[in-house]
Design a protein around this ligand. Structure first.
Ligand SMILES: Cc1cc2nc3c(=O)[nH]c(=O)nc-3n(C[C@H](O)[C@H](O)[C@H](O)COP(=O)(O)OP(=O)(O)OC[C@H]3O[C@@H](n4cnc5c(N)ncnc54)[C@H](O)[C@@H]3O)c2cc1C
Length: 425
């Protein structure tokens, strides 16, 4: 824990001024979510010219709709220590470079059943082996700190937190814009110009100008369109194994807990409570779909989430609902079954969906689909957006035979407000 606080106290440097020396290469990023924003900043900081194309508002995809849990990695420590370790490292870095949009309050994993209590030892071991400073806490102490929790048997404190799902990515967009990146919301990618086995240009429609078509030439194109990645791949003739996996969340009015509360068991449905401002969010569910557009929570999902929250906080179901919504995870992996929308099938879906990887991958379409200058970044979590960008920018640099270094962990990000100063880009 001490090392963690040392790290947090090591103040990051201010971002360098915008007169970055350009390296002569232009990168086009498809998708204005957290992944696209972090990548635009990383590339701009390395001296690339960058264009981001987003078909809606920035963060209007999955990024603007998730719980906003800053994962310390404990949730994954039992199943995948590498993901857990990376989440922990990134949560510490984000707290340093983007502290203004983060509440670093910690979290409790609580056991409500004997089975969950039996899991405690393996859970703590998994956390410690992943470098996460987890600490057993007795039930009296937990209830003194979080008095609304119900029948807790035992629990573990972990360094989880929460962040503003909109402001965090917007801080990356602000930084990218200040470094000269061209950020183009309301520009939908509708095709590609591929000639002689090489990506030449992206074709986009300006949705605010009656669909006027633009051709954007680029030295490298990166598909960061999350759950839509498969659709973008189809336009280019590339095979992209992505499974859109919608999950529902529900927020009630009232901040019932101050820390993230998770059930002490391997990740499952309805097992996280996240405080966000004056609200409490319960999430989530998981199913799979062909189409990530216009996803809504089902009645069955809403009832299921309420019942799961009630197990953790007695009286939850009586509280006024603020909102219920859904978003699609861009899970990397191929879909096996099409399933329906009932709670029964949601449970089946859960087994299928959650067996797919939460890690991220970079797909090189030169190697897989014979299209030079084109790759896809897929999967991951919002907490690791900076790390995803770092690995993708390393990959692009190496594909273009350029030496460059990631510096995004060293500088504090400008305010999200900077993005909007001086009008829309
Ligand atoms: C229910 C749920 C809860 C989650 N909770 C958390 C959490 O608490 N903490 C956490 O760290 N992570 C969480 N996640 C994961 C996180 O939300 C995602 O990993 C992350 O938001 C993905 O960001 P992205 O930029 O890759 O995708 P997106 O935000 O979806 O961005 C892709 C963008 O591409 C755009 N696009 C698509 N097609 C085109 C086109 N043709 N032309 C131009 N643009 C296009 C879309 O409009 C979209 O804005 C959760 C996910 C879900 C589903």
């Amino acid at each position: 824990m001490e090392a963690l606080y040392d790290e947090l106290n090591a103040a990051p440097l201010p971002m360098p001024a915008c007169s970055m020396k350009k390296n002569g290469y232009h990168i086009c990023i498809i998708g204005g979510g957290g992944t696209g924003g972090a990548l635009a900043y990383d590339l701009a900081l390395r001296g690339f010219s960058v264009t981001v194309l987003e078909k809606g508002e920035l963060t209007s995809g999955t990024t603007g709709r998730h719980h906003g849990q800053l994962h310390c990695g404990a949730r994954y420590a039992y199943g995948d220590r590498n993901i857990a370790r990376e989440c922990f490292e990134e949560s510490v870095i984000l707290s340093r470079i983007a502290g203004s949009c983060i509440e670093y309050n910690g979290g409790f994993f609580v056991a409500l059943t004997d089975e969950e209590a039996d899991f405690e030892k393996a859970f703590i071991e998994g956390c410690l082996e992943s470098g996460i400073p987890a600490r057993k806490v007795n039930k009296e102490k937990i209830l003194a700190i979080e008095p609304r929790l119900g029948p807790v048997k035992t629990g573990v404190f972990v360094p989880d937190g929460t962040f503003d799902a909109f402001r965090l990515p917007m801080m990356f967009f602000s930084a990218a814009k200040l470094l000269g990146a061209r950020i183009m919301p309301w520009h939908e990618v509708v095709g590609f110009d591929i000639a002689n086995g090489r990506m030449q240009a992206v074709i986009a429609r300006d949705l605010l100008a009656g669909g006027r078509e633009l051709r954007i030439e680029a030295d490298y194109v990166i598909n960061a369109s999350g759950a839509w990645a498969g659709k973008i791949g189809e336009m280019a003739g590339a095979d992209i194994p992505v499974t859109p996996a919608p999950g529902a969340m529900l927020a009630v009015k009232g901040r019932l807990v101050d820390r993230v509360i998770s059930r002490m068991r391997p990740p499952s449905d309805g097992d996280i409570l996240v405080p966000q401002r004056g609200l409490t969010i319960i999430g989530s569910t998981q199913r799979v779909t062909d189409n990530p557009d216009g996803i809504l929570p089902t009645e069955a999902e809403i009832e299921f989430l309420k019942a799961k929250a009630e197990e953790m906080i007695p009286g939850f179901t009586n509280l006024p609902v603020h909102a219920a919504w859904a978003a699609a995870r861009p899970l990397a992996g191929s879909r096996k079954h099409k399933v329906g929308n009932t709670v029964e099938s949601a449970v089946i879906e859960d087994v299928e969906g959650r067996s797919l990887s939460r890690d991220f991958m970079i797909l090189d379409h030169a190697a897989n689909d014979y299209i030079e200058g084109f790759a896809t970044i897929l999967g991951g979590k919002a907490t690791v957006l900076r790390a995803m960008a770092e690995k993708t920018a390393n990959f692009i640099s190496s594909a273009l035979h350029i030496e460059s270094e990631c510096r995004t962990a060293s500088y504090s990000l400008p305010s999200w407000r900077e993005y909007f100063r001086g009008g829309r880009s």
